[in-house]
Design a protein around this ligand. Structure first.
Ligand SMILES: [Zn+2]
Length: 254
């Protein structure tokens, strides 16, 4: 399935087009054991195109903003398995600890990624920031305990800011990318108390795609064993035909 993923309604010309992951032999070369950012870049370069469907070089995707890459990953995962997912979480309340399932509609996380300039009002001044990219995340991870000012200083465009602007910068960055520290509010079905579930979308979506890659490899193994077709031919089968052959093989074995 191919999915058009525009940044906003009517902005199709600035959107991305994603195809299902796991339909070409090269897809299965994506190394999900690699660091998350590198695996994401490889996967997006394989499955994502611009609004006209033309491929985007991996080096370019590596320099995309974090929010744009996340949207690309959403598009690929929706193209691969449709928009509906389930996640599990454990109730954190003492004496409960129930495991609950939360339904997710990935289409709800569609967000405009185009803003490249974030204005932060500090007193009478305006500090301009660019949205973070993967290399910023790496630098921040390396400097775990640095003050917010030190972290956001990487993103400043133009004149250096006045003192005490870290909190304002944090708020402006959170507003620019509301999916960065995503938390879902729900209620525990067992004890009824409110529960806030953090959701790291990138990790969640990559785990989902890794599972689908593993399942696809298992299917190739079963079909190749029965029909002796080449791997690439089996991967290129439309899903309905692949299911049909798998059902026939299961019947024959029963
Ligand atoms: Zn509970």
């Amino acid at each position: 399935m191919r999915v058009a993923w525009p940044p906003a309604p009517g902005a199709e010309a600035e959107g991305m087009i994603a195809r299902a992951f796991g339909t070409r032999a090269a897809d299965l070369d994506v190394d999900f054991a690699a660091p998350l950012g590198a695996a994401m870049t490889a996967l997006l370069a394989a499955c994502l195109g611009d609004a006209a469907g033309a491929p985007v070089p991996a080096a370019e995707i590596a320099r995309w903003t974090v929010k744009r890459r996340r949207q690309g990953l959403l598009a690929v995962d929706v193209a691969t398995g449709g928009p509906e997912r389930t996640m599990t979480a454990r109730c954190p309340h003492e004496g409960c600890g129930a495991v609950m399932e939360l339904g997710l509609d990935l289409d709800r996380f569609r967000a405009d990624w185009r803003t490249e300039d974030i204005a932060v009002g500090v007193g009478g001044d305006v500090v301009r920031l660019r949205p973070p990219r993967p290399d910023d995340l790496h630098a921040w991870a390396a400097a775990r305990d640095a003050a917010p000012e030190a972290l956001a200083a990487r993103l400043v465009v133009g004149p250096p800011p006045p003192a005490d602007w870290g909190a304002a910068a944090e708020a402006a960055l959170a507003e620019d990318d509301g999916l960065a520290g995503l938390e879902l509010d729900t209620a525990c079905p067992d004890c009824g108390r409110p529960v806030r579930v953090p959701l790291a979308l990138e990790s969640f979506l990559m785990a989902d795609l890794a599972r689908s890659a593993a399942a696809r490899l298992d299917e190739v193994h079963v079909i190749a064993g029965a029909y002796h077709w080449p791997e690439a031919d089996i991967l290129a089968l439309p899903a309905a035909r692949r299911r049909h052959y798998l059902a026939r093989i299961a019947e024959a074995r029963a």
